[in-house]
Design a protein around this ligand. Structure first.
Ligand SMILES: [Zn+2]
Length: 527
């Protein structure tokens, strides 16, 4: 008996060691804050409160030494990027809290780690060295370099962590920015901000080795406690909490969500016009144990919402018809994005290569986006936010009574004023909306006339004063969250006042820790 357990324990220890050897980045030693254990025991009652208080908004530091000294890049571009980096930093600080830990490392070995692990050529200033050791939770080195893009998301900027503490906290990371970056395209400022946010998320948590070493990933699916709860609610699929092996799928290389299930979240592998920050991504930060996400801010992520477990079992097109309204089948048919923030069309393209048999829905070389298992969805290729209903500069289609603005959402409509006497085609149109929370009505404002979408009402035909049809969205797709909290984009939605109550029951997690400690004692006792 004794021997058997000892062997198990030795195997476990060996396995733990091999696991930590897998991590290639530079390992930094944490300098423990001196907290007397006796004091902690004496104040056991207050300990939980103290634990909570130890989380403080994350301190992100940028080291601009290489960035500033690169003479190839013009100053305006540098200023623009710096401005964006500050904005991105502010957003992360709003969402994430961490327990700060100082690290002990000599300046010489830190320089060496930065050269060998971060693969950038800089000499640390004394100031940055001190900041990495004491002040910053994470230090990021933005550098200009023409690197090879291995992934689609790395077209302009590539982010990776390179310094880890022994408890796997990413202490340092690099943002490589291509030298030909420019801000000439319309809305590129906004677009680059999204890219920075995406790449910094790769540095913070969304990286396969890091997630694996934190036991968050199994068979290329994320299976963590918080995620399971949120996914269960979002998809209305109880398998997430009932089946231990059922998680949210990642793309094959593990760097992004599988967009077939997570289209529109900012952590998919390609640039999609509908960008949202889902609670499912936010909860990963929390589930990692490295960060504390006090409140979740995700909004407008409607892809797969309430589509039940069959969203994961069924194909997007079966028997020549779509299985869920996320998908479409008629090329260029008007189609709103799933968040209903953007107008779009059913996107189907021609492929040169053969489409795999099981995804070949049209029996020819046509299909939707490849990463989406070729499922056709709403898209807009020439976008740069011009089809965004919240974009006040949008060119309104007057005939349809279209209106852009903060409270506008996309509808499929052919409504025109009945004195025009012309029956129009369905288009995706932005209308201003109000929510009647008591009677569950979406009140749609068309040319200053209010048209009510009652729940369960799919299409409204020829309402008074108009000819044509208005297709009603589901009440919850627009009105489930307080519409007064209307935010215009993913970034705007990250505001402290939008934070919802933490869905995690602190009592539960406390019990979980207690049970774990109990199990360890039982284990030791048997030994
Ligand atoms: Zn990426």
């Amino acid at each position: 008996m004794m021997n058997f357990h000892s062997i198990i324990l030795i195997i476990y220890i060996l396995l733990s060691f091999t696991k930590s050897f897998n991590i290639t980045p530079g390992i930094l030693d944490i300098k423990e804050n001196k907290i007397s254990h006796r004091r902690r025991i004496e104040e056991e009652g207050n300990e939980r409160e103290e634990e909570k208080n130890k989380f403080n908004p994350i301190i992100i530091g940028y080291d601009y030494s290489q960035f500033d000294s690169d003479n190839d890049i013009n100053e305006t571009i540098k200023d623009n990027i710096k401005q964006l980096l500050e904005e991105v930093k502010d957003k992360f600080q709003t969402i994430l809290s961490v327990k700060h830990k100082n690290v002990s490392v000599s300046q010489e070995s830190l320089n060496e780690l930065i050269e060998t692990r971060c693969k950038i050529n800089i000499t640390l200033s004394n100031e940055t060295y001190e900041n990495i050791k004491e002040k910053n939770d994470i230090t990021i080195f933005p550098v200009f370099e023409d690197f090879n893009s291995e992934k689609e998301c790395e077209n302009i900027i590539k982010g990776y962590y390179c310094l880890l503490t022994r408890d796997k906290f990413p202490k340092g990371g690099v943002l490589k920015i291509k030298k030909n970056i420019n801000f000439t395209k319309e809305n590129s400022y906004k677009n680059i901000k999204y890219i920075l946010f995406h790449q910094m998320t790769h540095i913070f948590i969304f990286e396969p080795n890091l997630m694996k070493s934190l036991d968050m990933v199994k068979d290329n699916q994320v299976i963590t406690e918080g995620l399971k709860k949120i996914a269960r609610n979002h998809f209305n699929c109880s398998k997430f909490t009932e089946d231990d092996d059922f998680g949210l799928p990642l793309e094959t290389d593990g760097y992004h969500w599988d967009s077939r299930y997570m289209l529109g979240d900012y952590m998919i592998s390609f640039d999609y016009y509908d960008k949202t920050l889902s609670d499912l991504t936010l909860v990963l930060f929390d589930d990692s144990g490295l960060y504390n996400v006090k409140n979740l801010y995700g909004k407008y992520f409607n892809f797969g919402k309430n589509k039940t477990c069959s969203f994961f079992d069924k194909k997007c097109i079966e028997n020549d018809d779509i299985t869920f309204d996320e998908f479409c089948i008629k090329e260029n048919e008007p189609k709103c994005s799933q968040s209903r923030i953007n107008k779009g069309k059913c996107y189907i393209q021609n492929y040169d290569e053969d489409i795999p048999e099981k995804y070949n829905y049209f029996n020819n070389s046509k299909g939707g986006i490849k990463q989406m298992e070729y499922c056709p969805v709403s898209n807009e290729s020439n976008y740069f936010f011009s089809s965004n209903c919240k974009n006040n500069n949008g060119l309104a289609n007057k005939i349809y009574g279209e209106k852009y603005g903060n409270n506008s959402f996309c509808f499929i409509s052919s409504l025109t004023s009945n004195d025009s006497n012309v029956l129009n085609n369905d288009e995706s149109i932005c209308y201003e909306v109000e929510c009647d929370y008591i009677n569950k009505i979406i009140i749609v404002n068309v040319n200053n006339t209010q048209i009510n979408c009652y729940e369960g009402n799919d299409t409204i035909s020829n309402p008074s004063g108009f000819i044509g049809n208005l297709t009603c969205p589901k009440y919850n797709d627009i009105c489930d969250k307080n519409i007064n909290d209307t935010c215009t984009d993913m970034f705007d939605c990250i505001r402290p006042e939008f934070g919802r109550d933490n869905i995690f029951d602190d009592e539960d997690s406390y019990k979980f820790i207690q049970i774990n400690i109990l199990l360890i004692f039982i284990f030791l006792f048997i030994l």
